[in-house]
Design a protein around this ligand. Structure first.
Ligand SMILES: Nc1ncnc2c1ncn2[C@@H]1O[C@H](COP(=O)(O)OP(=O)(O)O)[C@@H](O)[C@H]1O
Ligand SMILES: [Mg+2]
Length: 262
């Protein structure tokens, strides 16, 4: 299902990335790298610019009026803002999963078949094959195979979130951006999503925004800690998960990862 089966997925590099809404700086001069196949947790309090950074990586930020991005963002070594970047190709390569499950108001199966059609998979059998494969990859096939024609909105919240992950996987991404994918779900459903993300580790390069520090500790290879001061966000420190949780250099990281603030 992955675009580059057998090869390492693309990594992500951010160099001095600033995201603004009009004159307001959401996050300033963020720099970090997520190596191919690595899972980085992006943690920090609300309003420090985590979502803004994710949106900049697959250029959803282009759709937000007044939003400007400066600095350099590379996926697989390619500048995502280069003039020859094809947005459909970028969004296929870099999939995104949001906090609130957002299935299309279509049937369970059409939630996958429709984007596959839009992304040029013209053969119906191929679309059906990839739909089943992606639903199996998120552990949903057995639960929904008898109701593929029913509205996706009738699924539980946790099932809807797995459907959204399947919709992204069906397109063969290399990079997955998860924006607090468990925080709107009950603890059991959240556990299922966490287990699913664990299973995806290594095959995809993953940037996971989470407020759940124990979850970051369980899942992440590396962690970037964001902070906000006087309304402006920044990345205060990034590095291997064990280092940030046990011997962070920055006092904010020590306090935040130690659960004292935030
Ligand atoms: N569409 C927008 N228009 C204007 N300001 C925004 C918009 N989205 C986010 N912001 C502002 O940018 C800052 C960072 O927001 P966000 O990236 O959502 O942070 P986080 O995901 O860490 O909570 C906040 O001050 C927020 O109010
Ligand atoms: Mg956010």
């Amino acid at each position: 299902m992955k675009a580059c089966e057998g090869a390492a997925p693309a990594g992500i590099t951010l160099d001095e990335v600033t995201v603004r809404y009009g004159a307001h700086i959401a996050i300033e001069r963020a720099s970090f790298a997520v190596r191919p196949g690595e899972l980085m947790a992006l943690v920090g309090p609300s309003g420090c610019g985590k979502t803004s950074l994710l949106n900049a990586i697959n250029r959803l930020s282009d759709l937000i009026p007044g939003c400007t991005v400066t600095g350099n963002i590379a996926v697989g070594g390619r500048d995502v803002r280069a003039p020859d970047t094809r947005l459909t190709a970028l969004r296929r390569q870099v999939g995104m999963v949001f906090q609130l499950p957002n299935p299309f108001p279509l049937s369970v199966a059409e939630n996958l078949r429709f984007p596959l059609r839009e992304h040029g998979v013209s053969n119906r059998d191929e679309r059906d094959r990839r739909t089943e494969e992606a639903l199996r990859a998120v552990g949903l096939w057995e639960e929904v195979k008898g109701r593929l024609g029913q509205p996706a909105q009738a699924l539980s919240g946790g099932q809807q979130q797995r459907l959204c992950i399947a919709r992204t996987l069906a397109l063969g991404p290399e990079v997955l951006l998860f924006d607090e994918p468990c925080s709107a779900l009950d603890p059991l459903s959240a556990g299922v999503i966490e287990a699913l993300i664990t299973g995806l580790k290594g095959r995809y390069t993953i940037l996971l925004v989470t407020h759940n520090l124990p979850q970051a500790r369980r899942l992440a290879d590396t962690v970037a800690v964001c902070w906000v001061s006087e309304g402006c966000g920044c990345v205060v420190e990034s590095g291997p998960c064990g280092v940030l949780f046990e011997r962070a250099a920055h006092p904010i990281t020590r306090a935040y990862c130690g659960g004292e603030v935030g």
